[in-house]
Structures are given as structure tokens and as C-alpha cells.
Design a protein around this ligand. Sequence first.
Ligand code: ZN
Length: 530
Amino acid sequence: MRKTYIFLLLLFMSSLVVAQQTISGGPLKPEQALMDIRHYTVSLDVSPESSSFNGFTEIDLILSSSSPVLLFDLDQVFTVSRITVNGRKEAFSHADGLIRINSGSTFAAGKQKVRIEYGGKPPIAARPPWDGGIQWAKDSLGRPWIAMSCQVDGGDIFFPCKDHPGDEANEGADLIITVPKGLVAAGPGLLVKSTTKGKKSTYHWKTNYSIANYSILFNVGHYQVEKRPYKTVSGNTVSMEFYVLDYNRGRAKYHLDILERSARMLEKYFGEFPFAKEKLAICETPHLGMEHQTLNAYGNKFNYVKVGDVDFDWLMHHEFGHEWWANKVSNNDWGHMWIQEGICSFGDALFYEDFGGRAAYINRMKANAIAAQNKFPIVRGDEVDSRMAYHPDIYGKGAFFMHTLRWVMGDEVFFPAIKAFITDPKYTYENTVMTDDLLKHFNAASGQDLKPLFNLFLYTTDKLGIEVRQTGPKTYSVRLSNINMPLPVEIQTSSGRKRIMLSKKETLLPSDSAPVIDPDTYYLKKLSLE
Ligand SMILES: [Zn+2]
């Protein structure tokens, strides 16, 4: 009896732990589908002593039609004390992580300004940056070092918001962060001003670029700023900055050299650094890293690897690559998160090609092919929450898909096409994208229908079937078994390597020895040999 009771209690407690794992996105709530978020102001007094926040969030939004209710997400750990809409006090409830504002009146279509006063202890990060939250960490001198991460959990673990990736704050965000004097709060965009009154300092950060909830964050520490002007590929000058802990300042200059090399390489393939009117910055954090717009979190502890004969920081390069693929081009739903992670990871591999040579790139892609799990399709649906969407294949297999696409389209078509996509206003900044947008774009660029290729590798866990059959002493027949489009396949026969168009129809090849199919691995494939 007692044992059963303890077992049930443990079961209940474990369900509580799971319940605390918050998610972002998923099917859009009907009340929130009416809202277009324009701007967030997050103003918080941050107390490391009591591990708490206290302040308000102001949300500017446009309602597409009148509504009896305004609905926002905010983690239940916070207490909401007062809400006004357009300056008028409103009644509300806060239950199950949702703030429901409904005084009985109807909110008219058009602009609404909502102010929510709240406070409490934000959730502690269990495994940052993946299971996010706040870290009330200490630097190696025992002083407060505070970092936030919430990509998977969503912005609602820190501030009231519409917690869905499909609706970025079009006009950006203001962060007004008050911390104990001596600490520096670093945030997105530009520093409007910093003031010190008594024992507290306030930092006002402002970004005018559209921004995702999970980038509306700040880090706090004993930071110093190492900076230099960076001239972009388009000739604009932006400040390149490193918010580095004071005792690591000596490493910052060389670290910026490494960042600058990554920036030049990424601009070559993907166009100008997307936030050139504000800053190109990284910030030292106690967690590994995250793509916080204009303030990339960096926690790789200056661990470099050699690529060719240059030092490379894989973590910094990857997170910084997200300024293009995540922050400039953002997925409309977490179901299409591979666009952010897969293409960004492809950008990591391009660094290997540029500085390590073609073989280094091919070896990286071969490793990606071996690591592909194929447990779930890369795209599991159009309305998928962040936890369901997040699996390893959106990275490595997603990058490998770009490698396949590059091979199929050819470099001279593929690279201009990808640059045209990421520099097209209809796919960037406040406009979010789905896999179909990429498909349509690459179809138009290549003049062929790539849908069967997208379907096979992104919407199924299947691989490309290639059948090889010996038909005579020195002849072989080769065909594709499971795709309705012709594809170029590299084949090595006794007379050398050739790029040959294969289809479901048999192609006959003369060869003294058995042909080697796709030796450099441009496809995830299943070979059958007869
Ligand atoms: Zn990433």
C-alpha cells in the first residue's frame, strides 16, 4: 500500500517536471490569430539577490477584427498585478500560462496598447540553451553572471507575449533593464542610454529590426566591450562588438579576428550582414550559445579548431550564421525549423570548403550522411510545437539536403539562387517562411520541378533508391527506384567518373569493373546490387 502510494507520488512528481518543460508555437490559438504583434517594450528590475524580476511589458499590436478577449502567454511562475489596455484598467485572469483580458467590453479592430505589470522568479534553466530559462550564474571571480535562453521554451518564460514563431515584433523591441550598480546589461540593437541612480544602473536597449521572441533577451555580467568598425560587403560600416567578461578582455581582439573571418565568408554566400544599422555583436555567456539577434550568445570558452591553417570557432560561426538563417529568414512555424538550422549548418560546412578545401567539405557531408537518424521526417507538419520540431536531423540532414540540392542544381545556379532568396524582402525580416517558399524559389531558379526531391528528403524518412544490375560481362544497368524525376548521379566506371542523368528507366553503362555509385556522397541513398 505504502509502496504503491510512493510510486504514484513519484509518478505525479515526474509529470510535474514534464509539465514544467514549456513549449513555443504549435497550432495558433484563435484569439491570437487575430493579433499582429508590432512591438514589445520589456522593462525589468533584475535582482540577483532574490533571483527575481519585477516590472512591466508593453505590447503594441493590431487586431484584424474586434475581439472580446486579448490573450497572451506568460509562465505561471509570475504574478500579474495590473493590466491596462490603451491606458484603461482591465480585468484579467492568469491560469495555465495564459493571460486572458476580458472586462466584458469589446476590443475594437486596429491598434491596441497593452501594458502588463508583473513580477516573480523566472524559471531556472535546467539544460541551457536547450531547456531554457535564467541562469543566475557566477563568473570565475564569484560575481553575478546572468544569462537567458528560451528558443525552445518561448519568450513567455520571461515576458508576456504571443508565443509563436510566425509573428515577430515587426517594429522591434525596447529592453529597459535595471541591475545592481557595477553590472552591465547587454541587449539587442543599440544602447539608447545607461543611467546610474543610487545602487542601481539602468540600460535601455532598442532594436528597430523585426525580432523573434527568443531574441528579446539580455545578459548581465561584469562586461567590457571590445569593438572595431566592420565594413560590410555592401560598403556600410557597422560596429563589431564583443561583450566579454573583464578578465577575458585580453583575448577579445584575436577573437574578433576570428569572428571577422566568419562574417566575410558568410557575407560572400548570403549577402550583407543583415543588421548593419545596429551592431554585429557577440556576448560571453555561461551557456554554450544561441543566436540572439545582434547579440549572439557565446559560451565556447575560446576553443578553436584548425580548418586549413586558420583558427575556427565552430560554435561562434554557427550561432553567427543564424543572423542570416533564423534572424533574417525565420521559420513561420517550428515545423519548418530546418530552414534555420539546416541551412545555417550548411553555412558551417561552406567554411570548411573555403578554408579547408573541397575534401574537407565532402568529408563533413559524408559524416552528416552517416549521422542522419531518419527517425522522423525533417518536416513533421505545418503546425508543430518547438519540442516536437527539435530533433538532430533538422541540423545535419537539413544541411545535407542543401548539399544534395547544390549538386542537382549545379553551383552556378544554386549559389545565386540561395543569395537571391535571402536578399528578397518577401522572405526576410518581418516576413516568415515555410519549406514551400524555398521550393517555389528554387524551382523558378532552376527551371525544374524539384518537388519530388523535397518530398523524399524533407517529408519522408526514405532514402534515394538506386538499383544496379549486371546485364553482361562488361555492362551494367542503373536506375532510380523511388523518385519521379531524373537526377544527376556521379558514377565511377573503368573509364573514370561521370555525372550521368538517371531516372526510373534503366541506363546501360559499359564498364570493366562494377560501377561505384555516388562516390562523393551527394545523396542519402540505398543501393541495391544484383
Ligand atoms: Zn543552430
